[in-house]
Write a new protein. Structure first.
Length: 135
């Protein structure tokens, strides 16, 4: 249980830093996509803002469970196992979720595509951390 908590907190803290960095990079590198977040559909007021900063920890603990359950299926060096886990998560969870988001909401395909890439990137980072900490 202690290793589970350590993995979740370490990965969550790493993702939190990367999430914050990604916000700034989005504005600098993809300003037209970042501008879409000013749509009234996106709500960043009050307590909801905290949910954005808790998301890395929710994802990390969910993937910690996934790693503990399925790590024996991934083979190779730790970095490859992490990449493989991130790609599996992207295919099984992120792609279908983004498909539904795009089909149900009036948002651009470019915005959804950045979310898909970002979700897979997060899962790969977490996978590499878990493969290193808990082979």
């Amino acid at each position: 249980m202690q290793k589970f908590l350590i993995k979740g907190i370490a990965a969550g803290a790493t993702l939190l830093v990367l999430s914050y960095l990604a916000l700034y990079l989005m504005v600098l590198l993809l300003p037209s996509i970042a501008e879409q977040y000013y749509d009234p559909m996106f709500s960043f007021d009050g307590n909801k803002t905290a949910l954005f900063f808790l998301h890395p920890f929710v994802l990390s603990f969910a993937l910690a469970w996934f790693w503990r359950r399925f790590k024996s299926l991934f083979h190779g060096p730790f970095w490859w196992r992490g990449i493989e886990m991130g790609l599996v998560y992207g295919l099984v969870a992120t792609l279908p979720a983004m498909w539904m988001v795009f089909s149900a909401m009036a948002i651009s395909i470019s915005l959804v595509f950045t979310w898909l890439i970002y979700g897979v990137f997060q899962a790969i980072i977490v996978g590499v951390i878990f493969a290193k900490i808990s082979p």
